[in-house]
Design a protein around this ligand. Structure first.
Ligand SMILES: Nc1ncnc2c1ncn2[C@@H]1O[C@H](COP(=O)(O)OP(=O)(O)O)[C@@H](O)[C@H]1O
Ligand SMILES: [Mg+2]
Length: 165
């Protein structure tokens, strides 16, 4: 079985980013809707995006977090921005271990999503179900702190993005 062309493109862009910086791509840290995340020998994490729109969203959030020197939110480590490439759609960040919060590709900056109240209510009911009730309290704290302190509104909360130890 060959490598899927789509994945080959993501890996190639990660390779190009790494080649300019004297480190190597090591392994796949994770995959999601937005692309793939590779570990490097630096060691760092490279998130390679399929679409510029989501790259820019996430980059905006990481820049905001960097401005404020944020290392963790409610005890959940946040990756630190280390670099980016607007042409390759690559964000380089530190590798984190649970408990962490990451993935701002679907987050809103400064403006909350303009969803009607019933959509918001449904979203909340649905999102709660993928966490234990204790975890959900922490998720809500994380979301509130991100909103109030940094103007970041998370929408894509699930255990892959908000990990518990
Ligand atoms: N900086 C990082 N450190 C450790 N693991 C990471 C890091 N970034 C991503 N991952 C892993 O890769 C997965 C996919 O990354 P994510 O940013 O959520 O991509 P997507 O936007 O495609 O969902 C995450 O759920 C996590 O397991
Ligand atoms: Mg994700």
């Amino acid at each position: 079985m060959g490598i899927r062309p789509e994945y080959a493109d993501l890996a190639a862009r990660a390779g190009k980013y790494a080649a300019g910086r004297e480190f190597a791509i090591k392994s796949l840290l994770g995959r999601g809707v937005n692309g793939a995340v590779f570990s490097t020998s630096a060691p760092t994490a490279l998130k390679v995006f399929r679409y510029e729109q989501f790259y820019l969203r996430e980059l905006g959030c990481y820049k905001r977090l960097q401005e404020f020197g944020v290392e963790a939110v409610a005890g959940h480590e946040v990756p630190a921005l280390l670099g980016e490439d607007d042409a390759l759609l690559v964000i380089e960040m530190t590798i984190v271990k649970p408990p962490y919060v990451l993935d701002f590709a679907a987050a809103y900056l400064d403006e909350p999503p303009s969803w009607p109240q019933d959509v918001l209510d449904d979203w909340r009911l649905e999102r709660m179900q993928v966490f234990s009730s204790e975890q959900w309290q922490t998720v809500e704290r994380i979301m509130k702190e991100l909103e109030i302190n940094y103007g970041i509104f998370l929408t894509d909360v699930h255990p892959g993005n908000v990990a518990f130890g």
